[in-house]
Design a protein around this ligand. Structure first.
Ligand SMILES: Cc1cc2nc3c(=O)[nH]c(=O)nc-3n(C[C@H](O)[C@H](O)[C@H](O)COP(=O)(O)OP(=O)(O)OC[C@H]3O[C@@H](n4cnc5c(N)ncnc54)[C@H](O)[C@@H]3O)c2cc1C
Length: 302
C-alpha cells in the first residue's frame, strides 16, 4: 500500500498534521502505538478555548474522529524501521506490516521518566505536572513537592519558586546535586529532602503528598515530576541520518519543519524546543502545509 504521507506518531502533532493533510485529500496513514504524553495527561492547561483544561485522551479521541472524517487511516502498531528507497520510504512495523509512502512525518514525541507509582497516574495533569511553562501557574501559592532526582529535580524546584514560596524537593534517587544548585535552593528557602519515597498519597486525582521510607508524611497540594532522563523517541530519525540536537531532539528547518533528509519532516515534542500542546499543533500544521507544497511540486514535475 503506497501512501502520500505516513505519519509515525498519532499524538497531538501527528493528529494536527493528519487533519491538515486530510483537508488536501491526500492518502494519509497514521501509525501510532498509544504510548505518548498525550495519553497520560488527564488535563491539559494553557490552551486557547479550554480555560478549565481538556484531557489528553479526549483530545486524541476528537482528533482521530476529525481526521477520520477526512479519510485519514489509522493503524495501532509500532514503526520499528524506515528505509529510504529511490523516491519512497518503506516503514516496517512490530506486527510485521510494511507501508510505502512518498513523504514521512515523524511525530514520535518524548516520554517522561516517571516511577511506576500507581497512585500518581490519575493525578497527572490534575494535580501533578511535568512542564513549568504549561503548568507552573497551577501551583500558584500552593505547597508543592518536586518528586525528582539530582540536578533536574533541584532545578525544577528552583524554577517553580517563581509561582510558590512553599516548595520541597524530594531527591528520591539520591543523585548528586551540584553545590551551587544546592546553594540556590537554600537561598530560595526550598526544603531539600534526600530520601526514598515509599508511597504517593492521593485521593483519586488530588495529590496529597508523599510517605517517605522513614515513615515521615510530607503533605502538599501539588506535585511536579522531574527525574531527568526522559526518552526522546528519535531512533527512527537517527536510523535515517536525520540531524539531531545534542539532547537527541530532531533539528528541522524552522519554517518548513523538514529535516536535513529530503522528504522527512518532524513535528511536536520530538523537535528541539517544542514541548507544549499548542506548539505541537502548530508544528503539525506547518509540516502538513509544506508536505503539501512539496507533493504539488513533484506532481507538476518540477
Ligand atoms: C503529565 C503531563 C502534563 C502535561 N501538561 C501539559 C499542559 O498542561 N499543557 C501543554 O501544552 N502541554 C502539556 N504537556 C505536554 C504535552 O503532552 C506534549 O507537549 C504533547 O503531548 C506533544 O505532542 P506530540 O504529538 O509531540 O507527542 P505525544 O502526544 O507524546 O505523541 C507521540 C505519539 O507517537 C507515538 N509513537 C512514538 N514512537 C512511535 C513508533 N515508533 N511507532 C508508532 N507510534 C509511535 C506515541 O505512542 C504517541 O502516541 C504535558 C505532558 C505531561 C506528560
Amino acid at each position: 500500500m503506497r501512501y502520500d504521507t505516513v505519519i509515525v506518531g498519532g499524538g497531538i502533532a501527528g493528529l494536527q498534521a493528519a487533519i491538515q493533510l486530510g483537508r488536501y485529500q491526500y492518502k494519509v496513514l497514521v501509525i501510532d502505538d498509544g504510548d505518548g504524553r498525550s495519553a497520560i495527561c488527564h488535563n491539559y492547561h494553557n490552551i486557547l478555548g479550554y480555560p478549565n483544561g481538556i484531557s489528553g485522551p479526549e483530545l486524541l479521541r476528537l482528533g482521530r474522529e476529525q481526521a477520520g472524517v477526512l479519510g485519514v487511516e489509522f493503524v495501532e502498531d509500532t514503526a520499528v524501521s524506515v528505509e529510504k528507497r529511490e523516491s519512497d520510504f518503506v516503514i516496517e512495523t512490530k506486527e510485521g506490516q510494511r507501508y510505502e509512502c512518498r513523504r514521512l512525518l515523524l511525530a514520535t514525541g518524548v516520554m517522561d521518566r516517571i516511577p511506576p507509582w500507581p497512585e500518581l497516574r490519575p493525578c497527572l495533569g490534575n494535580s501533578v505536572y511535568v512542564c513549568p511553562d504549561c503548568d507552573g501557574y497551577e501551583i500558584s501559592g500552593k505547597k508543592t513537592i518536586v518528586l525528582g532526582s539530582g540536578n533536574p529535580g533541584a532545578n525544577m524546584a528552583r524554577i517553580l519558586s517563581f509561582w510558590s514560596k512553599d516548595i520541597i524537593f524530594v531527591n528520591h534517587e539520591g543523585r548528586e546535586v551540584d553545590s551551587d544548585v544546592r546553594r540556590r535552593l537554600d537561598e530560595k528557602g526550598i526544603r531539600y529532602v534526600e530520601e526514598l519515597i515509599d508511597r504517593i498519597l492521593a485521593d483519586d486525582t488530588a495529590f496529597q503528598g508523599v510517605l517517605l521510607k522513614s515513615g515521615e508524611k510530607v503533605e502538599a497540594e501539588r506535585g511536579f515530576v522531574a527525574f531527568g532522563g526522559n526518552e526522546v523517541k528519535s531512533q527512527l530519525a537517527e536510523g535515517l541520518g536525520v540531524d539531531l540536537h545534542t539532547n537527541k531532539h530532531i533539528l528541522a528547518d524552522p519554517r518548513t519543519k523538514m529535516t536535513n533528509i529530503e522528504h522527512v519532516w518532524a513535528a511536536g515534542d520530538i523537535l528541539a524546543h517544542s514541548e507544549q500542546v499548542t506548539i505541537a499543533m502548530g508544528d503539525g500544521s506547518q509540516a502538513g502545509i509544506w508536505i503539501h507544497k512539496s507533493l504539488v511540486k513533484e506532481d507538476k514535475g518540477e
